[in-house]
Design a binder for this molecule. Sequence first.
Ligand code: AMP
Ligand code: MN
Ligand code: MN
Length: 332
Amino acid sequence: MNRDFLSIVGELSLAKKILVVGHIMPDGDDISSVLSAALGLRRLGKEVMSGIDWRIPWYFYEFEETNLIKSYDEIIQTGFQPDFVLVLDASSPDRIGRFQEFLKKINSAVVDHHGTNTLFGTLNWVDTKFGSTAQMVLRLNTELGVPYDGRLATINLMGIATDTGFFRYSNADEIVFSDATKLVSMGGKSYLVSRIFENKRIEQFKLLSTMVEHIQTENNGQIVYSYLSKKDYESNNCTEDDSGGFVGELRSIQGVELAIFLSEYEHNEVHISFRSKDWFDCSKLAVLLGGGGHPRAAGCTLKGELPVIIEEVIREAKIMYDAQLKALEGVH
Ligand code: AMP
Ligand code: MN
Ligand code: MN
């Protein structure tokens, strides 16, 4: 068994007050991991608080336990003084927002599956072989002796399901299926996980239609991109939370290898999501632009005017696409 894993289990066993932290712009894996760890550690009698320094997309409140995740300000107001910090699914300190402050004073463990992780904890268990951080939390909880019921199993399953596109992406391997099976055997219900995403507002379809109108293609349709401006969100009575699955729709287009979705979530602040189908390494492009992620799913955030950012990102994407394609063809 991995040494860092065992050290983290040891620290968590000893700790009495634990702060569990997730990343900004949280996704299903992050929320699942934070809740599964927080609920698990509570079941062991620990005093636990969980925090994310970002608004949680509304559809995650389908699981009422999401209310346990507090904002940075709420946690500061309670005066909570943790003796250990557990950071989940975050690849670099900036990804946890203001919670970075805690890491300066208190021992921490980073548990994550991103190859771009900068190992910023006191202890770091980072393993890219896992399709989701939720699977790593399952291992921590199991080693710690956390009792599972159907509810905790469902919440833990949510991270595995969402980070693998409901078992459709190339990271849906044997470990993913066997961990999911384990959770289902403990009472996890995948139909309850799907409910989070089968609860769409009609405005989201209108937003999707605006996104579709903006679709552009490059490299004979192998690169596809689209965008939504702050104004597009506002005129459709939406926020960036409502465009969660859009980049996946772009990738699903026939002949597309690289899909790019640019979202102006705040005026002159743009989040860019990259997704690839078979071979393009998105994480390299994201790292070049100051972000990170996985080979098939990565992202970054840039400040500036949307049209300028679109031009810059697409230029860099095309250069890297051609370079990676050349390297790939050189191999064959
Ligand atoms: P997204 O496109 O936001 O769904 O993110 C795709 C993947 O890239 C996820 O694994 C994220 O954790 C990661 N990611 C997104 N944005 C960033 C960023 N600014 N820095 C590092 N990793 C990121
Ligand atoms: Mn994540
Ligand atoms: Mn993840």
